[in-house]
Design a protein around this ligand. Structure first.
Ligand code: SF4
Length: 244
C-alpha cells in the first residue's frame, strides 16, 4: 500500500499542541478527512476518542475488526456506541478463505501452541483485515498509550507508520494515564465494556484475554503465556518489523 500525502500535512499536525487531544483530532480531520479513521476495539481509550472525534465532526469515520472471537460484552459495547452516536461502524472481518483452513487444519485453539501459531491467528483475524481497513487512508487514529506496555514506551502522538505504507498514525492519548481515561469515561457517562468491572484492563479476543490482579501490568491479561516483549498482535509495530 502506498499513499500520497500532502507534503506539509505531517508538519502541520506536529505543530499542534500534542497534549491537547481535541486540537490534534481537529487538525487531523482538517487535513485528512475522509481519508482518516479511528481504529476502535471499544477499549476505554477508543471510547474517549470516539466521543472527542464525533464532537468535532459527526461524520468522522470509525472502523473496527471483528475477529470472530470477541467477547459478548465487547459486541454489547459496540452496539451501545452505535446507538449513542448514530454511528455507522465500518466493520472488517477476516477472510473466510483464510479462517476456514486454519480452523479445519489446526483447530480452534492453535494460538496456544507457540508464539508463531498465535501470530498466524492474529495475522488472519486482525492484521490482514487491518490492512484492508487502512487501504486508501492517509492517516489513522489509535487509542494507544505509552504506559500500557513495554512495547509502547516510545510511542509518539504523531508517527509515520512504516509498516502501513508510510501513512500517518495518530495517538492522541499517548501520554494519558489509565486514571485520566477512566475519569473521562465516568464524567461523560460513556458506555463501556462491562468486562472492565470484572478486573479486565486490556481486552482483546475472548480466549486470549483474562482479568488481571490489582497492580499487575496493564497487558498482563493478554496472551499471559507469552513473554511481555511478544505481546503485540502485529497491528502496532513501532518501527520494528511487523510481528507476523
Ligand atoms: S488475540 Fe487470540 S484469537 Fe484473537 S486473533 Fe490473536 S491469537 Fe487469534
Amino acid at each position: 500500500m502506498k499513499t500520497e500525502l500532502h507534503p506539509a500535512a505531517p508538519a502541520a499536525l506536529a505543530a499542534v499542541d500534542q497534549a491537547d487531544p481535541v486540537a490534534v483530532l481537529r487538525r487531523a480531520l482538517e487535513l485528512y478527512h475522509p481519508a482518516v479513521a479511528l481504529a476502535s476495539s471499544f477499549s476505554l481509550e477508543d471510547l474517549v476518542l470516539t466521543d472527542l472525534l464525533l464532537a468535532v465532526r459527526p461524520d468522522a469515520r470509525v472502523f473496527a475488526l471483528d475477529t470472530g472471537r470477541l467477547n459478548p460484552e465487547t459486541y454489547e459495547c459496540a452496539e451501545a456506541v452505535r446507538r449513542r452516536y448514530g454511528l455507522r461502524i465500518e466493520w472488517y472481518f477476516p477472510r473466510p478463505e483464510a479462517v476456514e483452513p486454519l480452523e479445519r487444519e489446526k483447530g480452534l485453539f492453535s494460538f496456544r501452541e507457540s508464539v508463531a501459531a498465535r501470530q498466524e491467528c492474529c495475522f488472519i483475524r486482525k492484521v490482514e483485515p487491518l490492512n484492508r481497513a487502512l487501504h486508501g487512508l492517509q492517516a489513522w487514529i489509535t487509542g494507544l498509550r505509552r504506559e500500557q506496555a513495554v512495547t509502547r514506551s516510545a510511542l509518539q502522538v504523531v508517527e509515520t507508520d512504516a509498516a502501513h505504507g508510510g501513512i500517518i498514525k495518530i495517538n492522541p492519548l499517548a501520554d494519558w494515564t489509565l486514571e485520566q481515561v477512566w475519569s473521562y469515561v465516568r464524567e461523560h457517562k460513556l458506555p463501556y465494556n462491562r468486562l472492565y468491572d470484572q478486573g479486565y484492563v486490556s481486552i482483546g479476543c475472548a480466549p486470549c484475554t483474562r482479568a488481571v490482579a490489582p497492580g499487575e501490568d496493564q497487558r498482563a491479561g493478554r496472551w499471559w503465556w507469552e513473554n511481555p516483549e511478544h505481546k503485540e498482535c502485529g497491528l502496532h509495530t513501532h518501527g520494528r518489523k511487523p510481528q507476523v
